[in-house]
Ligand binder design. Structure first.
Ligand SMILES: Nc1nc2c(c(=O)[nH]1)N[C@H]1C(S)=C(S)[C@@H](COP(=O)(O)O)O[C@H]1N2
Ligand SMILES: [Mo]
Length: 164
């Protein structure tokens, strides 16, 4: 049986990718963060840097937006690549095993110095959980982050009821 695909990388890339857990762990150590807890507000786990993923998929210089897709709960955020390319990372493992869904797995995007919810394009809401696809585009892609307080509150109430 082949290992399941945890992450797809599509769009403005030289090499579209479908990465398994083994593929993610095989990415060059210079792009791995063994323990994100000091950079990710106490969240635990191992991550691969966005810089490493850009390298693996040979993302084209024309790409200027990154869209994070979570099909699991139909949540999508599209953010300017320049604001995150050197500092964001994707948490994918905990204690040597794939990141569980209850911890935001299979892949959880994180920008260390994100701004407060809905205050900017790169805000806390863009720390997408259950990420399955990274899509690189020229111009902004699909984004359904909540636009107002009521929608944001409703989203969090819904998250709580699902115990994520
Ligand atoms: N897939 C997915 N990712 C998501 C969300 C969501 O509803 N679904 N909510 C976002 C919002 S609005 C915020 S503020 C943060 C909250 O992260 P937390 O659950 O770790 O507090 O996750 C973001 N990532
Ligand atoms: Mo949010």
């Amino acid at each position: 049986m082949t290992e399941s695909i945890l992450l797809r990388i599509t769009g403005e890339v030289g090499q579209p990718k479908e990465l398994t857990f083994a593929d993610l762990t095989a990415i060059d150590p210079q792009f791995q963060i063994a323990d994100v807890s000091s950079q990710a507000g106490g969240r635990k786990g191992m991550a691969v840097t966005l810089a490493g993923l850009l390298n693996v998929a040979a993302v084209k210089s024309s790409a200027n937006y990154l869209t994070l897709h979570a099909a699991a709960d139909n949540f999508h955020a599209s953010i300017p690549l320049d604001g995150v390319r050197e500092k964001a990372f994707l948490i994918y493992a905990l204690d040597g095993a794939p990141l569980a869904v209850k911890a935001g797995g299979p892949c959880r995007f994180f920008v260390p110095d994100h701004l407060a919810c809905r205050s900017a394009e790169i805000d806390e809401c863009a720390n997408v959980k259950f990420v399955d696809t990274l899509e690189f585009t020229v111009g902004k892609g699909h984004d359904n982050r909540p636009h107002d307080d009521a929608a944001h509150a409703a989203l969090h109430a819904n998250e709580k009821s699902h115990e994520h």
